[in-house]
Design a protein around this ligand. Structure first.
Ligand code: MNH
Length: 454
């Protein structure tokens, strides 16, 4: 049996040296570079542990169609358990609280529930766009920052009845800084040797403090809710968790942190990438706006309108193809087996790299071209199973998918309906900023209200 291709390991250092000698700025770039060099599967040894990366459609489909493979809480996610514990995202599938929370919370994301989310989403979107209108066409808007305010306030309001009021504040909510630093630190920790880690006193103190900050915020949310009289309490995600058939108190803390993190980072990245892509493709932007003008005119959007904004859905799906904001997930087999003819053992993880999977030329014509027509209803049947997986796979796939797509559709529709955007730097080149997730760095625009145009 042959070896999985990849750089030759060096004694002790593993492949650290070869990793450090790439020009890649992010893990995503690094994986793309190595896939170009070694093919759809490559392995490297770091700290004595072999890591396997897969991204060709044939290989990924081989794993996903085989029930022996399932989600692994891989090295970085295992670190994230320091603040997300056995919450839905970082729980092992076998842990009792995963099944309990999955059963309890799934109905809150079903088709019937989506209407209940709508008013909160609209409320926060109105806040952002009112601010854009009031500040006027000379104000510089950092799209990533504003979309982060929007998605964080939206998940807090709709899931926990909490108003963070990020659009009424100069600075970002303290949860954001603590979360961003902790995600970066969790990623770095998973690559550090324990002896090195224990010497990094400053980083360790900062990490502890950030985790305490997040915990303080989630404890406060629960305390405030419990102090409310029963008749004033909203019927939301938090209420479900606190109910008689709810979840253990410690697990609720972890679920709150999980939803605040998973419920906003990736959606704000999606909204920032889609803004970038539409500004880079004026003809597609014009077509999207025609759709919005036809469906909405100058009305405030209603829940029923979303179903008629299918072209915006295509644009969002194509954006997630090129820029999957959660760029990788890990699968592990429950027994020794072969993958693409190579031996993989039961204790190993395979990282599925979505940016490269989503550009596999065996599946996608002109894979680097932004073309929302790939997702036209009559062409959906052309897309093979497991070729597009921005929301993950199987039982552990994203629970928030309908929530994210509804929120993003609404915000994109309102943005196109109300504003002409101009890039502050007309030659803006996409630079990707990576924590666990990816988003465009420093995309700045001016927003000119359409009604105030000559
Ligand atoms: Mn989300 C799991 C991507 C929005 C809550 N999400 C996942 C996974 C991916 C993912 C990929 C699987 C990860 C893995 O296998 O390790 N999620 C996204 C993307 C968006 C997104 C690309 C937006 C765009 N996610 C959201 C939103 C919420 C949410 C919004 C909450 C409202 N996601 C989750 C939770 C899980 C998850 C919770 C874990 C589900 C589970 O394992 O049971």
């Amino acid at each position: 049996m042959s070896e999985i291709p990849g750089p030759k390991p060096l004694p002790l250092l593993g492949n650290l040296a070869s990793v450090l000698s790439t020009s890649a700025q992010t893990n995503v770039d690094f994986a793309r570079e190595y896939h170009e060099r070694y093919g759809p599967i490559f392995a490297m040894t770091l700290g004595g542990q072999r890591m396997i990366f897969a991204s060709g459609h044939a290989l990924v489909a081989e794993m996903c169609a085989d029930p022996r493979w399932s989600k692994s809480v891989h090295a970085t996610l295992a670190e994230v358990r320091a603040f997300a514990g056995d919450g839905l995202f970082t729980a092992h599938t076998g842990e009792p609280n995963w099944a309990a929370a999955h059963r309890l919370l799934m109905p809150a994301f079903g088709p019937m529930a989506m209407r209940d989310w709508f008013p909160g989403m609209l409320d926060i979107a109105e806040q952002m766009f009112t601010r854009w209108a009031r500040f006027g066409p000379d104000a510089v808007i950092d799209v990533g920052d504003d979309m982060t305010r929007l998605t964080l306030d939206t998940i807090a309001l709709t899931a926990f009845g909490l108003r963070l009021n990020s659009f009424y504040s100069e600075t970002m909510h303290p949860f954001v800084g603590a979360m961003t630093r902790s995600l970066v630190e969790a990623g770095a920790r998973s690559e550090r040797l324990p002896a090195v880690q224990s010497l990094m006193l400053g980083a360790n103190r900062r990490y502890r403090a950030d985790i305490d900050t997040m915990r303080g915020i989630t404890e406060r949310i629960v305390a405030d809710r419990i102090a409310q009289p029963a008749e004033d309490r909203p019927d939301d995600l938090l209420e479900r968790m606190l109910g008689t058939d709810g979840l253990p108190a410690g697990n609720i803390q972890y679920q709150l942190a999980t939803f605040l993190i998973a419920g906003h980072e990736t959606t704000s990245g999606l909204l920032t990438f889609v803004t970038h892509e539409l500004l880079a493709h004026p003809a597609l932007l014009a077509r999207a706006r025609q759709t919005v003008d036809r469906v909405l005119g100058d009305r405030t959007p209603a829940f029923e309108d979303l179903a008629d904004l299918g072209y915006l859905g295509q644009i969002l799906r194509e954006t997630l193809r090129l820029h999957p904001t959660a760029p990788a997930f890990a699968l592990t087999p429950d027994q020794n087996l072969t993958l693409g003819g190579y031996e993989v053992s039961a204790d190993e993880d395979v990282l599925v790299m979505l940016p490269t999977l989503h550009r596999d030329p065996a599946v996608w014509a002109d894979p680097d071209t932004f073309d929302p027509d790939r997702f036209a209803p009559e062409r959906m049947a052309e897309i093979p199973e497991y070729a597009w997986m921005p929301f993950g796979h199987g039982a552990r796939a994203c629970i928030g998918r309908p929530f994210a797509l509804q929120e993003a559709t609404l915000v994109l529709a309102m943005m196109l309906q109300r504003f002409d955007l101009e890039r502050c730097d007309p030659d803006y080149e996409l630079v990707i900023q990576e924590t666990l997730t990816i988003k465009p760095k420093d995309l700045r625009v001016r927003a000119v209200a359409r009604t105030s145009r000559p």
